[in-house]
Design a protein around this ligand. Structure first.
Ligand SMILES: Cc1cc2nc3c(=O)[nH]c(=O)nc-3n(C[C@H](O)[C@H](O)[C@H](O)COP(=O)(O)O)c2cc1C
Length: 401
């Protein structure tokens, strides 16, 4: 089997009693032709030897942040860039805690902090350590940061106790990461387009009508799509947000500019319209600044409907068109109506009437309505927008592949 040929895996082993099981994961990746480099924490060396890992992985084993030899050959930043994915297995309570704090006191934590790749953590620890509130809090943070957590599972532990905390089976870890890598390769051939943020509809040269959209959800979706390998374009209304440099960012201001940029970027395989585009625009924009007056009547007209246009585009309709419905009332009823009237594949409904979610918040709670399964809807409970976007993109990957 050659399907992981040219894939590069950085395997980090921490000091837990299940460290020996990682030898089996490494063997499976090697059997599938993946290239492996390994980092052992200082404690890990109490459980497995660098020699056994080096001979099994046929790759270099690193253990020291301040090694002159390693720094000259491949420093910690290059090591994090070299990898396609990073797997931490077993991930100890200690390393999980360090990662949640952004600590970088040893080679493993420094490389992870410096990484721009997907990190998978396979925790393994005693059931009490796993159930401790501090471990739970740390993992919650790591999920929000975008780490993928594999397991742990319930079972008999090396310490003689029983419960949740056992490391996932090496075969399961292998299957999950292999799937991720194979999808990433497939996705590289696919284009994704995301719109995000508000639009400005000008009244005169200095005044405009806008809305409270921050663009955060759309930016997170673009990041998740790019991480999964999609060739991603983000068309953004005015925001102060930053985006990874491998995403093609197009900044626009008005709905018309967003529409033109969208048309220019067709065809695309996936289109996610999360921008809060202005439904109305000023019929006659004043060329000069309007002078102060007792009363001013501004006449508005219906703006171009980008989602509707793309969804009904005969020759260049994307394979998957996802729209957002930001609503303050009758959320799901309005979303279902939008799904039908706009001919898109999914509508993601979010409530923008509350302060703790939706517009301008880091959190969101959404319901996905699917066209192809009559009346099917799925609720994604209140969580960070980064986690919501990961869950949405999980579903996009399943659908598109
Ligand atoms: C015999 C033994 C087994 C251990 N097993 C685990 C374990 O399964 N999970 C864990 O989180 N810590 C375990 N520990 C504690 C860790 O080794 C310790 O927290 C260490 O500081 C982890 O360092 P690291 O995260 O840098 O690898 C074990 C310690 C000993 C002595």
């Amino acid at each position: 089997m050659e399907n992981l040929l040219n894939k590069k895996i950085l395997f980090i082993i921490c000091g837990g009693v299940s460290a020996y099981k990682s030898l089996e994961s490494i063997r499976l990746f090697r059997k599938n032709s993946a290239e492996i480099k390994t980092i052992l924490t200082q404690s890990a060396k109490e459980f497995v030897t660098p020699l056994s890992i080096a001979s099994l992985s046929q790759g270099k084993v690193y253990d020291d942040l301040f090694s002159l030899e390693n720094e000259a050959e491949m420093d910690h930043i290059s090591l994090s860039r070299w990898a396609d994915v990073i797997i931490v297995a077993p991930a100890t309570a200690n390393t999980i805690s360090k990662l949640s704090q952004g600590s970088s006191e040893d080679l493993a934590s420094t490389v992870i902090l410096a990484s721009n790749k997907q990190v998978f953590l396979a925790p393994a620890m005693n059931v009490r350590m796993w159930e401790h509130q501090s471990t739970k809090n740390n993992l919650k943070k790591l999920r929000e940061y975008g780490y993928k957590i594999i397991g742990p599972v319930i079972g008999d532990m090396a310490c003689g106790e029983f419960g949740e905390g056992k490391m996932s089976d090496p075969q399961d870890i292998f299957n999950l990461v292999k799937n991720f890598l194979i999808n990433q390769t497939k996705n590289k051939k696919l284009k994704a387009l995301v719109t995000a943020g508000p639009t400005n509809e000008y009244i005169d040269p200095v005044r405009f009508i806008t809305n409270k959209s921050s663009g955060k959800q759309g930016y997170e979706i673009a990041k998740s799509l790019s991480k999964r390998g999609f060739d991603t374009t983000l068309i953004s209304g005015p925001t102060n947000l930053k985006i990874d440099e491998n995403i093609n960012l197009i900044k626009v201001e008005t709905t018309e500019e967003m529409f033109k940029a969208t048309q220019k970027n067709l065809p695309t395989d996936i289109a996610v319209f999360s921008a809060a585009v202005g439904d109305f625009k000023v019929i006659k924009k004043n060329h000069n600044k309007i002078k102060k007056q007792e009363e001013l009547i501004i006449n508005l007209e219906k703006n171009i409907d980008i989602l509707n246009y793309i969804s009904n585009h005969n020759s260049m309709r994307p394979k998957l068109v996802v729209g957002f419905a930001a609503e303050t009332n009758e959320l799901n009823k309005n979303a279902i109506e939008k799904l039908k009237s706009k001919n898109c594949d999914w509508i993601i409904a979010n409530d923008v009437s509350k302060k703790d979610r939706g517009f301008d918040s880091d959190y969101n709670e959404v319901t996905i309505h699917y066209k192809n399964f009559k009346n099917k809807e799925e609720k994604l409970s209140l969580k960070k927008k980064s986690e919501i976007s990961e869950e949405i993109v999980d579903r996009i990957v399943t659908q598109i592949n």
